[in-house]
Design a protein. Structure first.
Lengths: 280, 321, 328
C-alpha cells in the first residue's frame, strides 16, 4: 500500500497540473504544521471594541470583528479542515473498499443486498443527511463530525471497487491463483486489493476536495466545526455581518478553500488521466 | 493500379526516429489479391494505414515514400481529394468488426452513410442500394437486418456489414486487415469465400493483411512476406509456397502445424520478433537465422531474384542464384 | 490410449449459467455444457475442439472445480471432486493446473515473475521459504527462460515469454494434469511452435496429461492423442487424432477439417461451407444440435426431433444418425 501511494504521487508529479497541485498541497500542509508557533494566538481573547482592522504589517490578512488575527486563524483552520478531510476520506475509503471487495468477491445475494443498499443511500443528499444527524447533537464534537463525514462518503467508492473486482475476476491471473489453491484471504489481499489501489487513490484525492467543501458548508451553516475552534467555513459565517465593511475577514478563508480544493482536484485529474486506460 | 515505392513510416519518440515500416514496395493490379504476411510488429498494419494516410499520431510517412493509385500521387493530395479516396476508391475492413461499427446506430444507417458520403442519392434509392449490398455480402433477411444494431448481430454478420460498408462506394481496392482473425473457423471460411467472390464479380484488387499463411494458400495470387519493417520475400503464391527463398519464410512454414503430411515435430524460429527501435544491424533476421553468414550481421542484403522469380532480401539468394 | 485407471473421469457433466432474474433484467439460461463424458489417462492428451460458445472452456473450468457444475461427476484419481471437503480439495489442486489463452491477463501485473511462479510453492509450503528463489530459477530455466527474469515484471516480456511464465507457474506445484485453454491461439506462428514443442517436451519428461482446449485442428493434430469435437455443449465425435482428422465421420467434423486453412496450395479437397454462425446456447434444439447448420443429403425429420447419441462408427464415436453415409 505504501508503495502504491508513492507510485501515485510519482504518477501525479509527471503531469504539469498534477505537479502544481502537489506543490500547493505540500506548501499548505507544511504551513499548517510549522507556522502556528510563529503567529499570534488564533484563540486570543475577543476584543469587540477594537473590531476588524484591514490588512497591515502587524496583521497581514487583517483582523476579524473580534480583533483576532485572520492569518493565524486561516492557518489554524487549515489544520482542522485538512485533518477532517483526510481522516474522513480514509474512513470512507476503507469502508467503501471493504464493502466493494466483499460484494464483488462473494457475489450472489450478499452482492445484491449491499449494492441495493448503496443505491438507496446514494439517493439521499449528503448535506441533508448530515443536517438530520446534527439534530441529535447540540454541539457536534469534531471526532463525531469526522466519523459522520466518513460514514456518508463511501458509497461511490464501494461501487468503484466492486466494478474493479468483477473486472479482475475474469482475468487469468485470478483464476490461476484459485487453481493454485489460494484462499479468499490471499486472493483479496495479494491479488484483488493491489490491483484496485490505482482507481481507489484517484477517488481519494477527488474525495478530499469534496469533503473540504462539505465541511466548509456545514460550518457556514453553523452545524460543523463549533466555535471557538477556527474553521474556514465558520470564519466566513462569523464575518458575514461585516461582509461589506471588512471584506478581508471573509475573503482570506474563502481563498484558502478555493486554493485547497483546486490543488486537490488538479492532483486528482492528473491521476485520473494517468489511470484511464484510454489515455495510455 | 496501386503502386507503393520505398514506403517508410516514422515515429519521433523522445528525440529518436523509429521506423516500423522501412522501405516497402509493392504493386496490386485490378482483380488481384496480394497477401501481406507477417507476425505482429512487422509493420504490416501500419503499411495499410499509411496507404490511406491514416497513421496514428505521431506517426508520419517519411519523405522519399511514394504511393500512387492509377498514377495519382496519394501523398500529394489535399484533404477533400483524400476523403474521396478513403472509403471511395479504397475501402477498408478491420479485424474487429465490433469496435469498427458505431454501437448506437443501426447497421443499415451506417451502410447508408457510407453511400451518401460519396454520392448524392435519394433516400429511397439509398435504402435499395443498402439492401442490394446486404444481399451481395450474404446477409440473410436484409430488410430485418437493416434495423438491427451491431450488438444484435453475430461476429460473422458484423464482418459482412463491414464489407458492405467498404463496398458502398464501389472501391477499386479493398484493404482487408486480418479480416477473419476474430472469427470462428467455419465463419472464417465463409468470409474468405465471400471476398474471393467479390473480387471476381467486381474486379477489385485486394490487399489481404494476415499473420496466417494458411489462409493465403489458394486465396491470394501473390504473397509478400514482411519482417521487421521490410518485405523480405515476394512472389506468386504457388511459387513461394513451393520454393521459399528466404530463411524466414522457410521458418514460418516450419512453424505451422499442418493437417496433412507426416506428423513431425515443429521446427520453430528461435528467439522473438525484434522491436522497431532495435532492428538488428545488417540483415534484420540474422540473429534468428539458422543459415546466418559473416556478412549478414554487417551488410544489409540487397533485393535479388530467387529461383521462383519473385524478389528476396537475402545474401544466400544473391550469392547462390 | 484409455487405460483401465483413468486419471480423470467425467460423467454426464452439465453446466448451465443463469443470468438476469429478479431486479437484473430478463432471466435467461445459457446451456453451455449439456452432458459430456470422457476420460483422460495419465500421460495422455485429449483435445476438446470446437468454435466459440461450444462449451469447451466451461468443461475445462469445471473439471478443475474452478466452478461448480449444474450436474454430473468429475473423478480425479478416483475421488469425486465435488464431494471433497475444502482441505482435501486444496491439497488436490496441486495435482491439476491450468494455463490460459491470454498471456497478457494471465499474470498479475503488480507481481514480479518470481513471486507469481513461486506463489504455488508458498501456498502449499512445498519448499522452505529460503529455497523458493532457487526453485523458481530452476522452473524458469525448464521453460526456456533466463532464471534472472524472476525479479522483473510481466510487462517487460513478450506474449510467448509470458506464456512460458504461466507454464512455469503451473509446473511449480508439480501437477500431473494440465488444462491448456487455447494456450497458443494468441501467439505469433513462430512463437506458437516454440510453445507447442515445449508442451510436448514437458509431457515426455514429466509424464503430464493434458486436456487441450483449442479451435484449431491443425494445432491439435500436433499435440493430441485423442480429439473430442464439441458443438452446442455436446460431443459430436470422439476418436484417435489421426483417424478423426484423416477420415472424419460427423458432418460437423468434416466441415471443421475442410475449413482449416492449410498452407499447401496443392491440397485438393472439397470445401464445405457451413451456412450461418455457431448458434447461441440459450435455446437448445430438441433434436440433433447440429441440425440447424447440417448439409447432409439425408437430413430429415428424424434429425430435428431425435437427438443422436454417440455410437461407434469406424473406430470413432459419432453422434449422427447417418454417420455411415457420405454427406454429399
Amino acid at each position: 500500500m505504501t508503495g502504491a501511494i508513492l507510485d501515485t504521487i510519482r504518477t501525479a508529479w509527471r503531469s504539469p497540473s498534477g505537479r502544481a497541485g502537489l506543490l500547493i498541497l505540500g506548501l499548505l500542509v507544511a504551513t499548517a504544521i510549522l507556522a502556528p508557533p510563529l503567529l499570534p494566538d488564533p484563540l486570543a481573547t475577543p476584543d469587540p471594541i477594537a473590531g476588524a482592522t484591514p490588512p497591515a504589517l502587524a496583521h497581514p490578512f487583517g483582523t476579524d470583528p473580534l480583533s483576532r488575527d485572520i492569518l493565524a486563524r486561516v492557518v489554524a483552520g487549515a489544520r482542522v479542515s485538512l485533518s477532517v478531510a483526510g481522516l474522513g476520506v480514509i474512513i470512507a475509503l476503507t469502508t467503501g473498499a471493504l464493502v466493494g471487495l466483499v460484494a464483488g468477491h462473494v457475489g450472489g445475494l450478499t452482492d445484491t443486498i449491499l449494492m441495493r443498499t448503496v443505491d438507496g443511500a446514494m439517493a439521499i443528499p449528503r448535506l441533508f443527511a448530515l443536517l438530520l444527524l446534527t439534530l441529535a447533537w447540540e454541539r457536534i464534537p469534531l471526532g463525531a463530525l469526522i466519523l459522520v463525514i466518513g460514514a456518508t462518503g463511501w458509497f461511490g467508492t464501494s461501487r468503484l471497487v466492486r466494478g474493479e473486482v468483477l473486472r479482475l475476476r475474469g482475468a487469468g491471473h485470478i483464476t490461476a491463483a484459485r487453481a493454485l489453491g489460494a484462499g479468499s484471504w490471499r486472493l483479496i489481499t495479494r491479488h484483488l486489493l493491489p490491483n484496485t489501489t490505482g482507481p481507489l487513490l484517484v477517488a481519494a484525492t477527488l474525495g478530499v476536495g469534496e469533503v473540504i467543501l462539505l465541511e466548509a458548508g456545514l460550518s457556514f451553516l453553523g452545524v460543523g466545526v463549533q466555535p471557538p475552534t477556527p474553521s474556514w467555513g465558520g470564519m466566513i459565517l462569523d464575518a458575514r455581518p461585516v461582509l461589506l465593511t471588512a471584506p478581508w475577514a471573509s475573503l482570506f478563508p474563502g481563498l484558502a478553500i478555493v486554493i485547497t480544493v483546486l490543488a486537490v482536484n488538479l492532483v486528482g485529474d492528473a491521476l485520473r488521466a494517468a489511470f484511464d486506460p484510454r489515455s495510455a | 493500379m496501386l503502386t507503393v515505392r520505398n514506403l517508410r513510416v516514422g515515429f519521433h519518440l523522445g528525440g529518436t526516429l523509429v521506423t516500423p515500416v522501412d522501405g516497402v514496395s509493392f504493386d496490386i493490379a485490378r482483380g488481384e489479391t496480394l497477401a501481406l504476411v507477417g507476425e505482429s510488429g512487422c509493420g504490416k498494419s501500419l503499411t495499410s494505414l499509411a496507404l490511406l494516410r491514416l497513421l496514428p499520431p505521431p506517426g508520419e510517412i517519411l519523405s522519399g515514400s511514394e504511393i500512387r493509385l492509377d498514377g495519382e500521387d496519394i501523398l500529394a493530395l489535399k484533404a477533400p481529394a483524400l476523403r474521396a479516396i478513403r472509403g471511395g476508391r479504397i475501402g477498408m475492413i478491420f479485424q474487429d468488426p465490433m469496435t469498427s461499427l458505431n454501437p448506437v446506430l443501426t447497421v443499415g444507417s451506417q451502410v447508408a452513410e457510407a453511400i451518401t458520403a460519396h454520392e448524392r442519392v435519394g433516400r429511397q434509392q439509398v435504402r435499395e442500394r443498402v439492401l442490394a449490398l446486404f444481399d451481395e455480402v450474404g446477409i440473410p433477411d436484409p430488410a430485418d437486418r437493416y434495423r438491427a444494431y451491431p450488438h444484435q448481430l453475430s461476429g460473422g454478420l458484423r464482418q459482412r456489414v463491414m464489407i458492405a460498408i467498404a463496398l458502398a462506394a464501389q472501391p477499386d481496392l479493398l484493404l482487408a486487415d486480418e479480416p477473419t482473425t476474430a472469427l470462428d473457423v467455419t465463419v472464417q471460411a465463409q468470409i474468405l469465400e465471400l471476398l474471393d467472390r467479390l473480387r471476381e464479380s467486381r474486379g477489385m484488387g485486394i490487399l489481404l493483411i494476415t499473420h496466417d499463411l494458411g489462409i493465403v494458400a489458394g486465396r491470394a495470387d501473390r504473397i509478400a512476406v514482411m519482417y521487421a519493417g521490410q518485405i523480405v520475400e515476394e512472389g506468386t503464391t504457388a511459387a513461394v509456397f513451393a520454393n521459399p527463398g528466404h530463411p524466414y519464410t522457410r521458418g514460418l512454414f516450419g512453424s505451422i502445424p499442418s493437417l496433412t503430411g507426416p506428423r513431425v515435430r515443429l521446427s520453430p524460429i528461435p528467439g522473438v520478433v525484434p522491436q522497431p527501435n532495435r532492428w538488428p544491424s545488417g540483415c534484420r533476421f540474422h540473429p534468428r537465422c539458422p543459415e546466418v553468414m559473416d556478412r549478414c550481421a554487417r551488410e544489409a542484403p540487397v533485393v535479388s531474384t530467387p529461383a521462383h522469380g519473385g524478389s528476396c532480401r537475402c545474401w544466400l539468394v544473391t550469392e547462390d542464384p | 490410449m484409455t487405460s483401465p485407471t483413468p486419471l480423470l473421469a467425467v460423467r454426464d457433466l452439465v453446466k448451465h449459467y443463469r443470468s438476469g432474474g429478479w431486479l437484473a433484467g430478463p432471466s435467461r439460461t445459457v446451456h453451455a455444457v449439456n452432458g459430456v463424458s470422457f476420460e483422460v489417462a495419465p500421460g495422455e492428451t485429449l483435445a476438446l475442439v470446437g468454435e466459440s460458445g461450444c462449451g469447451k472452456t466451461s468443461v475445462g473450468r469445471t473439471v478443475l472445480r474452478l466452478q461448480d457444475p449444474t450436474s454430473g461427476q468429475v473423478l480425479f484419481e478416483g475421488s469425486d471432486l465435488f464431494a471433497l471437503d475444502r482441505r482435501t480439495l486444496r491439497a488436490l489442486r496441486r495435482r491439476m493446473q491450468i494455463i490460459f489463452q491470454d498471456p497478457y491477463s494471465s499474470l498479475d501485473p503488480r507481481m514480479t515473475i518470481g513471486r507469481s511462479v513461486g506463489e504455488g510453492l508458498e501456498i502449499h509450503r512445498l519448499v522452505p521459504a529460503r529455497e523458493i528463489p532457487g526453485r523458481v530459477g530452476d522452473l524458469l530455466a525448464e521453460v526456456g527462460l533466463d532464471p534472472d527474469a524472476a525479479g522483473r515484471y510481466p510487462h517487460e516480456f513478450s506474449g510467448g515469454q509470458r506464456q512460458r511464465i504461466g507454464i512455469a507457474r503451473a509446473l511449480a506445484v508439480e501437477p500431473v494434469f494440465l488444462v491448456c485453454d487455447e494456450p497458443v491461439s494468441a501467439l505469433d506462428v513462430s512463437v506458437q511452435a516454440q510453445v507447442l514443442n515445449l508442451l510436448t517436451d514437458l509431457q515426455r519428461d514429466r509424464g503430464l496429461a493434458y486436456l487441450f482446449i483449442a479451435h484449431d485442428l491443425a494445432v491439435v493434430r500436433h499435440v493430441a492423442h485423442r480429439v473430442a469435437v464439441m458443438y452446442l455443449g455436446r460431443f459430436m465425435e470422439v476418436g484417435e487424432t489421426a483417424s478423426l482428422i484423416s477420415s472424419p465421420r460427423h458432418p460437423y467434423t468434416r466441415a471443421l477439417v475442410s475449413a482449416v486453412p492449410d498452407p499447401d496450395p496443392g491440397r485438393q479437397y472439397t470445401r464445405i461451407l457451413l451456412p450461418g454462425d455457431p448458434p447461441s446456447a440459450t435455446v437448445l434444439p430438441p433434436g440433433c444440435p447440429f441440425a440447424g447448420r447440417c448439409y447432409h443429403r439425408l437430413k430429415d425429420a428424424r434429425c430435428t426431433c431425435e437427438r443422436p447419441e454417440l455410437r461407434p462408427v469406424g473406430g470413432s464415436l459419432v453422434a449422427c444418425h447417418y454417420a455411415e453415409e457420405e454427406p454429399v
